[in-house]
Design a protein around this ligand. Structure first.
Ligand code: CA
Length: 414
């Protein structure tokens, strides 16, 4: 598969990818896809008639400011739309290739457009599905004996997050303030968070949801999932450790969650399927998944202080490290009859691996600040400082091409 649009071998966005996003083009919100270093205006292609074969039955797909309607149409429609695009941009297809006027109208260089929030996110749920992360955090917060709670090996733990503070890559985050108790023998204090942290996660967007009172089974789950983004679930560890019992995270988590702008479909990830981990405890039947339920997605976190020109990589992990998979997330979330809607976001939880350098948060990388990281400039980091930029990236790769997510990049301001 090759496009008439030129791109190098290591692009995140070859013709095999076809992610979906929203760009600002000439002051307007436009649903787009990405090819190499270019974005393709899908509303323009729709107006020019290139999606008529789907639109005759389903109406407009892309003439909206967000992707929610497209998600609600389900994966059969999104598969067909991707196929139309892959055929349209194939190097051997003259239809658009030889139509300079249409090309001019719909193809823009990435540098000339601004990426916008692609979805009106309804509900946001954050899972806690890395056994290594849950064990590390449990050990630091509650001690080695109580590291993994007894329910953890039986169900995917999660909490309801907040969607109003989900922001795009590129948007700065202001250091949160709050109540902490640094000295357990003294009363709590108020002030700026002193243990600001990132969490390396991946999230999926629900496509077609389910009505209240009904459930989505593990076997049906993937047909209800549109695609994935990188998620940085910002966390204030000092606020968290004081507030989290008995009801779980609140102000330590709801001040910001950053996501990457391009949604990569599960269809694009298909060649990178892989098996999940062995389950230590026999799971209840509603959580049994067949075949290869997860994906081999390489993940990286870099930190760039204001003195640095290039980020230093502090973590290399992989999505396949997770104990529970996406099918289990959606099946468990809806098993009680909880409804989901197109555009709901479900994040995986911090994706840590078994090695020290695969830990997906500063809390774990520096073991709560007791083993600080040294950046190439000699600066020490226990947590994230003002002026630091955190960059997360994700991609799948085989011998022929790479399916990239791009990055989520966030600067912390005082
Ligand atoms: Ca999280």
């Amino acid at each position: 598969m090759k496009s008439f649009i030129e791109y190098g071998k290591v692009t995140n966005f070859p013709l095999q990818n076809i992610p979906f996003g929203v760009c600002e083009i000439n002051g307007e919100r436009r649903i787009c896809t990405a090819l190499g270093s270019y974005v393709i205006d899908l509303k323009m292609l729709e107006e020019l008639g290139y999606f008529d074969e789907i639109m005759n039955k389903n109406g407009k797909l892309f003439s909206y400011g967000v992707l929610n309607h497209f998600l609600s149409l389900g994966r059969v429609i999104s598969r067909t739309a991707r196929k139309i695009l892959q055929e349209l941009f194939d190097e051997k297809n003259p239809l658009l290739r030889d139509n300079a006027e249409h090309r001019e109208k719909c193809i823009h260089h990435m540098n000339n457009v601004k990426m916008l929030m692609p979805i009106l996110i309804g509900d946001y749920t954050d899972f806690y599905s890395s056994r290594e992360h849950a064990t590390n955090v449990g050990e630091m917060f509650r001690g080695k004996e109580n590291a993994l709670m007894p329910n953890w090996l039986h169900l995917p733990i999660a909490y309801h997050g907040r969607s109003s503070s989900i922001i795009m890559s590129g948007k700065e985050v202001r250091r949160p303030k709050g109540q902490t108790r640094p000295d357990p023998d003294k009363p709590p204090v108020f002030g700026p968070c002193r243990q600001l942290d990132f969490e390396l996660e991946m999230g999926f967007f629900v496509g077609t949801g389910n009505p209240l009172g009904e459930s989505i089974s593990v076997d049906e789950a993937e047909e209800h999932i549109f695609g994935m983004v990188i998620v940085n679930d910002w966390s204030a560890r000092d606020i968290q450790s004081w507030e989290y019992q008995p009801l779980g995270p609140f102000l330590a988590k709801n001040f910001a969650t950053s996501i990457s702008p391009w949604i990569v479909t599960l269809d694009a990830l298909e060649p990178f399927r892989t098996e999940g981990p062995k389950f230590e405890k026999e799971l209840l039947p509603y959580l049994h998944t067949k075949g290869n339920p997860t994906f081999d997605i390489k993940l990286e976190v870099g930190i760039k202080s204001e003195k640095m020109t290039e980020p230093a990589i502090v973590c290399r992990s992989n999505y396949k490290n997770l104990y529970y998979n996406m099918r289990q997330h959606l099946a468990h979330h809806t098993v009680n009859g909880c409804n989901t809607r197109p555009g709901d976001l479900m994040a995986s939880g911090t994706i840590s691996g078994s090695t020290k350098d695969s830990r997906g948060s500063m809390l774990e990388l520096t073991w709560r600040g007791t083993e600080p990281l040294t950046l190439p400039t000699g600066e020490e980091r226990k947590f994230i400082e003002d002026g630091d930029t955190v960059i997360m990236s994700a991609y799948c790769e085989n011998k022929e091409y790479r399916i990239g997510f791009g990055e989520v990049k966030t600067k912390i301001i005082p």
